[in-house]
Design a protein around this ligand. Structure first.
Ligand code: ADP
Ligand code: MG
Length: 315
């Protein structure tokens, strides 16, 4: 039997909900269908695949709906909103990819799995919310909402204000064996959507949910290691990562070794909440047996990596 390489493709916010566009389902479906062009390139190369995706805008809107309707419908906690968006977005990606496969005449199954992810019960982020979710606001717009609904809010420097929620570090994917079996059979698995649903292990050994949102890049790296994937592709809205990003002396990176990127991370070239978690995810994956991480734009993945620019990180 031919040996297949296993890869995780992590879809960024841009793949489904680009900044500056209204987050309607029609728009999300249209973007998702376009994003499938990139995924199909990996399928044409016979990769065994799992696909992950972010849910920041969607889970924020889900929670906002809950809060606005709390007088007339029972509230849904954040952990349930994680699960709901993982299901809804998984459905969009699953169906869009199925249609792309049908059009290409390729017979491969696609399945979405709701994924619980183990985190530490004492994770320090629980007390220090840092993950941006939902829409963008001005300070004047967000202050009354924060008061009314008890939000934690934070400024994204230079871009606006957003709500923040706790974001614990993912440790292990609970259904990793099932995901691995399916991926090894060539089934394309959509998993750890929105970073998955955080749960912790109680003293009794049983699971209990956390109301928080896991970073999807960090969860993607854990999934990649947990199923023994060789490669991780992080598709975002920039072709390459840069040293001195946004400054006059900005320099894009084509290829870099693990030890060098670790130094750059320490020097502060990759901020938390955007490039930082991607680089940290890359480091974790490579330190735990991964062979390569590619960070590039969705556009480059759509035209084919060989035709565009990307950053590759290797051990
Ligand atoms: P995603 O939704 O794909 O996770 P993010 O917005 O979280 O996307 O992260 C990608 C963003 O990171 C880019 O749009 C870019 O503005 C920002 N960024 C921050 N630092 C860097 C850097 N050093 N090199 C490249 N991009 C960077
Ligand atoms: Mg991000």
């Amino acid at each position: 039997m031919a040996k297949h390489k296993t890869a995780i493709i992590a879809l960024g916010g841009n793949a489904i909900s680009p900044k500056g566009e209204q987050d309607t389902i029609a728009n999300q479906f249209r973007n998702t269908r376009k994003s499938c062009i990139a995924i199909m390139n990996f399928i044409q190369q016979n990769y065994h695949l799992a696909i992950t995706h972010g849910n920041g805008p969607q889970v924020g809107n889900a929670l906002l709906r809950v809060e606005m309707a709390s007088d007339i419908a029972p509230r849904l906690p954040l952990g349930i909103c994680d699960a709901d968006t993982e299901g809804g977005m998984g459905y969009m990606i699953e169906q869009s990819l199925q249609n792309s496969l049908i059009k290409a005449g390729i017979d491969r199954d696609v399945v979405t799995l709701i994924t619980q992810v183990i985190v530490d019960a004492k994770d320090p982020s629980i007390a220090n919310p840092s993950k941006y979710i939902g829409g963008w606001y001005t300070k004047e717009e967000i202050i009354p909402l924060a008061k009314k609904f008890n939000w934690h809010v934070k400024e994204v420097p230079g871009k606006g204000w957003r709500r923040v929620v706790p974001s614990p570090i993912p440790k292990k994917i609970i259904n990793r064996k099932a995901i691995k079996h399916l991926v090894d059979l060539g089934i394309i698995v959509i998993a750890a959507g929105g970073g998955g649903i955080p749960v912790y292990i109680m003293e009794s050994g049983l699971y209990e949910g956390f109301d928080a949102v896991i970073d999807k890049d960090r969860a993607s790296a854990v999934l990649a290691n947990d199923i023994g994937a060789q490669e991780l592709f992080i598709l975002t809205d920039v072709d390459q990562i840069a040293i001195n990003f946004g400054k006059n002396n900005q320099e894009f990176i084509d290829k870099i070794h693990l030890r060098d990127i670790k130094n750059l991370l320490k020097e502060g070239h990759f901020p938390p909440g955007s490039m930082g978690p991607k680089v940290q995810a890359a480091i974790n994956f490579l330190e735990n047996g991964g062979e390569s991480v590619t960070i590039t734009s969705l556009q480059t993945a759509q035209i084919g990596l060989e035709k565009g620019k990307y950053t590759r990180i290797i051990p």
